[in-house]
Design a binder for this molecule. Sequence first.
Ligand SMILES: [Zn+2]
Length: 463
Amino acid sequence: MSTILADAWLITMNSRREILDEASVAVDGGRIAAIGTRAQLAGRYPQAEVIDCRGRIVMPGMVNTHTHLFQTLLKGLGDDMVLKKWFTCMTGPSAVHLTPEDAHAAALHGCVESIRSGVTTVVDFMYAHPRPGMIPAVVSAFQATGMRGFVCRGFISMGREYGVPEALIEAPEAALADARTHIRSYNSPGARVQVGLAPNMIWAVDEKGYRLTRKLADEEHALITAHVAETDFEIETAASLYGQTDTEFLSEIGFLGPDVLAVHCVQCQSHDIRILRHHDVKVSHNPCSNLYLASGIPPIPAMQLAGITVGLASDGPASSNNHNLFQAMKFAALMHKGFHRDATIMTAEKVLEMATIDGARAVGLENEIGSIEPGKKADLIVLDFNNPFMTPIHHPVSAIVYSALGHEVTSVMIDGEFVMRDGVVTHVNEVDVRRQAQLAADALTARAGTDRFKRREWRSTAI
Ligand SMILES: [Zn+2]
């Protein structure tokens, strides 16, 4: 089946970063077949369905390089808390009571939310395994909604003394054996959903866990993602455990490499940045979460100057409360301008690169997605800019990064197939997905006792 998106304002994100007026894109066999005028493409693909995109922006689907989809059920419960309480009183206990059915309902909802806001690739970091079956539960949600991405089999192998619940602690051998089974069952060449590996963080994973992860990744060619240098606490524990930063330690044991997507890197100093660059480690930037949890401001401009690939992300909705990359783009631009008191340090164009082509590179898919070029997979989004938020419009990139809210996305295509068309999510019943997610959220938080945070008292000042 072929489709022509005709007469759009086309943001290609190709190597010349061309923005084309009244341009048309032909999609055939799941891939971008050609870019040209409506007449040229209609002549070449006479059977194609022509979809009029005048008054619309067409751009590559965005890549969310880090989330925890199960936390979709925890939106808003951890507001305005210090990090230790957020983890030990809210997310930790909630994760203990998670079932595969909950994880599936959460992931379905998270994928629908992502599609609605223009995300076509998601990297899920699934670290909560209080019972078996979590990875198939999340993968099946990707498959049901048509989402592309990575479901990374996370694990926690220590951390009792830091408040990690016993039910979340696994032996690395067992966690990685489970990961290997799923990698072998899902990671066929070109699979839209792949399983990756996700050792959680320096104070929750022992040295053996990191070493075995590296070995398995080498054997199975799986993506690795890990939280790195998110908070002061990680730096402090790494210093007391190993006498160095977590970045230095992971480098020393041979864990780092171009297949590692390091998440956050807020506390990285210049030596850590040189190490990340040396190993061609990719970085996932989560501006809303870093601000929400008061983790700090990561040195993203310095990393980019050093040549490190940085993708953008929402983080789990327990620390960002949505999966909206439009918000993440605006926060990414503004946080660095404000912190450095330099309005030129992060441009709208760079932020859009982070959300698209740099995100694709961060997960090793830059030859398949992230830009609109013939031969690439047709992961495309359509935005209607005729609304009060994006008009008057002068420059589409500015309007996308600074003015749009996300609901301007009207249609989303993954692998050349619409997963949302004219505002209607096509692969699942969105109303059912929402209802199931609310039911699962209510039941989970009641079981975990974390529903008490729903009934918080009004607190004009912190308590
Ligand atoms: Zn995270």
